[in-house]
Design a binder for this molecule. Structure first.
Ligand code: 5GP
Ligand code: ZN
Length: 146
């Protein structure tokens, strides 16, 4: 698997940097954003290093989106009780990509949260990540139940 030594997200994949993990399999990893816009803001990555869309195989991108889709639904089923979500991918510095390991943002939203969302965008404060990650994992488990 291609990994880049100075990439923070590759360091998270290797376990050399800490992150609150929400989901992991052989190819994909989802973890909480260190500076969440809203509580539960999750990043989905493919484990092999790919900097931008240009470097990402289409089928890997499809699997990243499928996981982002699943996490968005899990946020709604979890005790975070999201009413919706923003799924965002910033491709390249021109589009405000700051970490050069392509990732999909899943940002939970609630009815009437416009002011809190704008505040979150400006302040980007961290939270109690372990509890939040556990709630999202519970949401994923609930999705597997009939
Ligand atoms: P971008 O601007 O590239 O689309 O988003 C990068 C995201 O990665 C930002 O929302 C930022 O808060 C998050 N981020 C940057 N460094 C770290 C880190 O070390 N750990 C985690 N969990 N998130 C990070
Ligand atoms: Zn990387």
């Amino acid at each position: 698997m291609r990994r880049v030594s100075n990439c923070i997200f590759c360091a998270i994949v290797r376990g050399d940097a800490a992150a609150a993990r929400v989901y992991e399999d052989d190819d994909l990893l989802a973890f909480l954003d260190i500076r969440p816009v809203t509580r539960g803001h999750t990043l989905v990555i493919a484990k092999p290093h790919a900097e931008r869309l240009d470097d990402l195989a289409a089928d890997v991108g499809s699997r990243m989106f499928a996981l982002g889709h699943r996490i968005a639904l899990a946020l709604g089923r979890s005790d975070l009780a999201a009413d919706g979500s923003n799924l965002v991918l910033n491709d390249g510095p021109a589009a405000f990509q700051t970490v050069p390991h392509i990732h999909l943002h899943v940002i939970p939203r609630h009815h009437g949260d416009r002011l809190r969302f704008v505040k979150g965008l400006l302040l980007r404060r961290g939270g109690e990540t372990d509890t939040t990650a556990a709630l999202i994992r519970d949401g994923l488990t609930r999705m597997e139940q009939p």
